[in-house]
Ligand binder design. Structure first.
Ligand code: GUN
Ligand code: FE
Length: 448
C-alpha cells in the first residue's frame, strides 16, 4: 500500500530570524513516519510528475486559494495544571499568587479524574490554536504527571512533560510538595522511566523533562542530586529563571550569585534546557547560557503581570541566546501562541520607545529593543525547535510535518491582494482565532 501523502498549497515559514519564506502552490511530500521527504516548487521540473503520482494513489490533499499553511507553533512553557485558573488573580505579586491560588489548585491533581478532564481540555485548547508541540509543567505528583504525558500521546500533540520538583518544606505547603529531598529525586526518576517506556509508541513521540520548579522551591540537597540525573538521562530540563525582582533577589541573597550561575553550578544548563521568563539576565549570564546552548522561553503576557520588566528580547538574541515563545498558562491568561506573538511585539516596542510621556522622547526607552512580527514568528516556530533540539518549525526536508491550515475567509479581511505576501502573513498572525485555524497536523497526521 502507498502510505505516503502530499499536501499541495501556499505556505509560509521562517527562513531565518528576519525573513519569511513564501512557497506558492508548493508540494509537500510526507513520508510514513510523518517527516517531510521533499518540497517541490511549482517551477521544479518534477513537480507535475510527483503530483500525479500522489493524485493517482488518492494521497494528495489540495488546498484552496483561501487556505494557507503555517508551521505548527511550539509553546515552550505551559503549566497545564494551571489551566482551570487561567485569567485569575494576575494582579497579585507572583509569590502571593503561588501561595493563595496556584499551590492549592496544583494539589488537586491527586484526583486522576480531575487531572484527566483538565489535561484533555488544555491539550485540545492549545491544539486548536495551532500549538503542535508543548513543553508542560504538570504538578508535584507523579501519577497525574504521567497521565498528562499519556494524554498528549493519545490526543496527538508532541508533549514534553515534567513532574514538578518542589521539596523545600519552608517554601511549599504540606499539601503541595515532595515528601523529602530523596523522594523528590526518586519520584523524578520513576517518572522519567515510566514516560520513556511509552515515549516511542507514539508517532510524534512524548518526552519526560527534569523540572525543578525554581530555586526558591528546592533544597540544595535535592538540586545537587537532580543535577546528576540530567547527565545520566541526557533529557530536557525546564525551570524558571530570574523571572521577577523577588525571585532574582532571593537567589542572589541565598548564594551570592545569579540564578543562571547557580543553575549552571547544579548542572542544569545543557543544550536541551529551557529557562522560563529570564528578563533579569546580566551579560555574564547571557555568556553562560549561550555557551551551554540553553534557551529562554519568552512569556510576554505573564511578564507583563509578574516580571516587573520586559524581556530585552532583541538584545539577548543578538548576544547569542536562542528564544522560543510561550504562553506560561496561567501566569499568562491565553492558551494561544498567537496572543504571545502579539504581546511580544507590543511589549518590545514599548520597551524600545519607553512609556512615560512626561519624559522627553529620546530619554524614554531602551534603544534597539523592538522586535518585528517576523522575529516573533521565528521564535514561535524555529526558535522553539532549536530550544528542544527537535526537527520542527520549518517546511524543509527532514523536518516533521507539523502544520496549521489557516482559512482566510474567516476573521481576516481580504478585499484585495496584499502588496506582498509578508503583509498577508502579518494579518494572519494578528487576526487569527481558533475558528480560522481549520486543521492542525502533527507528524503528518491530522489532529484537528
Ligand atoms: N515561578 C515558580 N512557579 C511559577 C509558576 O507556576 N508560574 C510562574 N509564572 N512563575 C513561577
Ligand atoms: Fe511559569
Amino acid at each position: 500500500m502507498f502510505k505516503k501523502i502530499a499536501v499541495q498549497g501556499n505556505a509560509f515559514y521562517s527562513e531565518n530570524f528576519d525573513n519569511v519564506k513564501y512557497i506558492k502552490n508548493g508540494l509537500f511530500c510526507i513520508d510514513e513516519k510523518g517527516f517531510i521527504e521533499d518540497v517541490y516548487n511549482k517551477t521544479d521540473k518534477n513537480y507535475e510528475f510527483v503530483r500525479e503520482k500522489y493524485l493517482k494513489h488518492g494521497k494528495l490533499k489540495i488546498l484552496s486559494k483561501s487556505e494557507v499553511i503555517l508551521p505548527g507553533f511550539v509553546d515552550l512553557h505551559n503549566h497545564a495544571s494551571q489551566w482551570p485558573q487561567a485569567g485569575t488573580a494576575l494582579d497579585k505579586p507572583l509569590e502571593d499568587w503561588l501561595g493563595e491560588y496556584t499551590f492549592p489548585l496544583e494539589s488537586k491533581y491527586k484526583n486522576l479524574d480531575f487531572a484527566n478532564e483538565v489535561y484533555t481540555d488544555i491539550i485540545n485548547a492549545t491544539l486548536s490554536y495551532g500549538t503542535t508541540t508543548a513543553l508542560y509543567f504538570a504538578t508535584v505528583d507523579r501519577e497525574p504527571s504521567v497521565l498528562l504525558a499519556r494524554l498528549c500521546g493519545e490526543i496527538g500533540q508532541r508533549g514534553l512533560v515534567g513532574k514538578v520538583v518542589m521539596d523545600d518544606h519552608v517554601a511549599n505547603p504540606e499539601f503541595c510538595r515532595d515528601v523529602s529531598s530523596i523522594e523528590a529525586v526518586k519520584e523524578t526518576e520513576k517518572f522519567i522511566e515510566e514516560v520513556l517506556k511509552f515515549k516511542d509508541t507514539y508517532k510524534q513521540k512524548i518526552y519526560p523533562v527534569i523540572t525543578p520548579r525554581f530555586i526558591p522551591s528546592c533544597t540544595d540537597k535535592c538540586l545537587k542530586e537532580l543535577g546528576k540525573i540530567v547527565n545520566k538521562y541526557n533529557i530536557h530540563v525546564q525551570t524558571h529563571c530570574s523571572e521577577s525582582d523577588w525571585e532574582h533577589g532571593f537567589v542572589k541573597e541565598k548564594y551570592g550569585i545569579s540564578d543562571t550561575e547557580a543553575l549552571d553550578r547544579f548542572g542544569f544548563l545543557t543544550n536541551k534546557t529551557i529557562l522560563a521568563h529570564a528578563p533579569f539576565l546580566s551579560d555574564d549570564d547571557l555568556k553562560i547560557i549561550s555557551k551551554r546552548k540553553s534557551s529562554i522561553a519568552h512569556c510576554p503576557i505573564s511578564n507583563a503581570y509578574f516580571a516587573n520588566s520586559v524581556l530585552p528580547f532583541k538584545d539577548f538574541y543578538t548576544k547569542g541566546v536562542n528564544i522560543g515563545m510561550a504562553t506560561d498558562i496561567s501566569g499568562g491568561y491565553s492558551p494561544s501562541i498567537y496572543s504571545a506573538i502579539r504581546q511580544s511585539v507590543i511589549s518590545s516596542r514599548m520597551l524600545n520607545e519607553g512609556v512615560n510621556p512626561s519624559l522627553q522622547f529620546d530619554k524614554r526607552g531602551r534603544a534597539n529593543s523592538a522586535i518585528t512580527l517576523n522575529n516573533a514568528f521565528y521564535s514561535a516556530t524555529v526558535g522553539g525547535g532549536i530550544a528542544l533540539d527537535l526537527p520542527i518549525g520549518k517546511f524543509e526536508k527532514g523536518y516533521a510535518f507539523d502544520a496549521q491550515i489557516i482559512d482566510l475567509t474567516k476573521n481576516i479581511p481580504t478585499y484585495y491582494p496584499e502588496k506582498n505576501e509578508t503583509d498577508l502573513l502579518h494579518k494572519i498572525l494578528l487576526l487569527s482565532e481558533s475558528n480560522n485555524i481549520k486543521e492542525v497536523w502533527v507528524q503528518g497526521d491530522r489532529v484537528k
